[in-house]
Design a protein around this ligand. Structure first.
Ligand SMILES: Cc1cc2nc3c(=O)[nH]c(=O)nc-3n(C[C@H](O)[C@H](O)[C@H](O)COP(=O)(O)O)c2cc1C
Length: 192
């Protein structure tokens, strides 16, 4: 049973000093008081997906699926690797997509954000992440936040220094929170 107020925050980076993980921490700071951002941080434990083993997913995949199922919405911060989303994030999404079509991401509101040192700010990675999540059946928000030149965007406490970017993030998290609550209402109405 999902808690509609919970937004599951997933960083697509495995890096200790990740800009994308930092961006999710900022999302926690700007979230509306009624929203509860819960970070899922075990991307490193997700095994390589194989259809041969998909009925023997293992504890990390079960935990990921349970965390998604328990949330009203999901916020993904993706790095950009070679013009796309990182392989381990795609791999985790492939696991979450099974069984298809009744997977835990189906009709789940999802927002995508990202930070990169390059001027593009993960635009290409976000386009691909959007394509993948749409194929899985998630309800992907149009709103996005692109953080270019990430090395100069955070102060020493991890706050975004650019007011416009911070407000964009604030608006996106608020919209995602509302979508999570609404999706919960729709699910309850269907069940009743
Ligand atoms: C294999 C590899 C490929 C990369 N390709 C891109 C790219 O296509 N576009 C880009 O903006 N940054 C690229 N980068 C730089 C990453 O955006 C940068 O390492 C970033 O800090 C990763 O995100 P993180 O800080 O959240 O770990 C690449 C880095 C690596 C290691």
């Amino acid at each position: 049973m999902a808690d509609p107020a919970v937004i599951l925050a997933i960083s697509g980076s495995l890096r200790a000093e990740s800009y994308n993980t930092e961006l999710l921490a900022e999302a926690v700071s700007v979230a509306p008081p009624a929203a509860r951002l819960v970070t899922w941080g075990d991307l490193v434990s997700i095994p390589a997906f194989s259809e041969d083993n998909e009925n023997d997913a293992g504890p990390a995949v079960h935990a990921l699926r349970a965390a998604i199922a328990g949330a009203g919405a999901v916020l993904i911060a993706t790095p950009e690797y070679n013009g796309s989303l990182p392989g381990q994030l795609k791999n985790a999404l492939d696991w979450a997509s099974r069984p298809f079509p009744d997977n835990v991401l189906r009709d789940k509101p999802v927002a995508i954000i990202g930070a990169s040192p390059s001027p593009g700010g993960t635009a290409r990675a976000q386009t691909d992440a959007r394509k993948v999540l749409t194929a899985i059946g998630a309800r992907v928000l149009q709103a996005e936040v692109l953080v270019p030149h990430a090395y100069r965007q955070f102060d020493s406490t991890g706050r975004l220094v650019d007011d416009d970017l911070r407000h964009q993030l604030e608006r996106l998290v608020a919209e995602l929170h509302t979508c999570g609550l609404t999706a919960g209402d729709e699910t309850n109405a269907t069940a009743a």
